[in-house]
Ligand binder design. Structure first.
Ligand code: FES
Length: 162
């Protein structure tokens, strides 16, 4: 058989293979472009965390007896009532955000994660927590309920009185 003579058994197979490879190449290119476009569209929508309101109703002043420390699990805060009035202490550890516990039989708080301790006013008694627990502002709603603003911190010495 002459070199230039076409083989009837292989004629057309090269063309089909070439068509297949071209189609595969274009498909890969379009898939890549579509993936890139999808990511670009995704970046148009930022990661926004829709949090609830910072205002938390904690009930009426009479719901808390003098000298009590009440834990509000849903909002991770303690309602402290003593003879000077009310204060709200955050239960969120200032180290890495674990929830601190009130120590039984003691006026202090402990973090179960890395062992930080806080005194009864939320000040750091033992690290690694770098800062004291936060105190939040309280107002009285027209309905007579106390409302805590967990975005508004107040000095440790500030009491809410009714
Ligand atoms: S999170 Fe509280 S000590 Fe680390």
């Amino acid at each position: 058989m002459d070199r230039n003579e076409k083989n009837p058994h292989t004629e057309g197979k090269g063309l089909r293979r070439r068509e297949f490879l071209v189609t595969l190449g274009w498909s890969a290119l379009f898939a890549s472009m579509a993936s890139t476009a999808a990511w670009m569209v995704r970046f148009l929508f930022p990661n926004v965390l829709f949090e609830g309101s910072s205002m938390v109703k904690i009930g009426r002043p009479d719901d808390y007896s003098p000298g009590s420390v009440t834990y509000m699990e849903e909002n991770r805060l303690f309602v402290l009532r003593d003879d000077k009035g009310f204060r709200i202490l955050s239960a969120v550890c200032t180290h890495l955000g674990c929830t601190v516990n009130k120590d039984a039989g003691s006026n202090s708080y402990s973090c179960p994660c890395h062992g930080s301790k806080f005194d009864g006013n939320g000040r750091v008694a033992r690290g690694p927590a770098p800062k004291p627990l936060q105190m939040f502002d309280i107002t009285l709603a027209p309905s007579g309920h106390m409302v805590v603003d967990t975005k508004k911190t107040v000095p440790r010495s500030q009491y809410f009185t009714v």
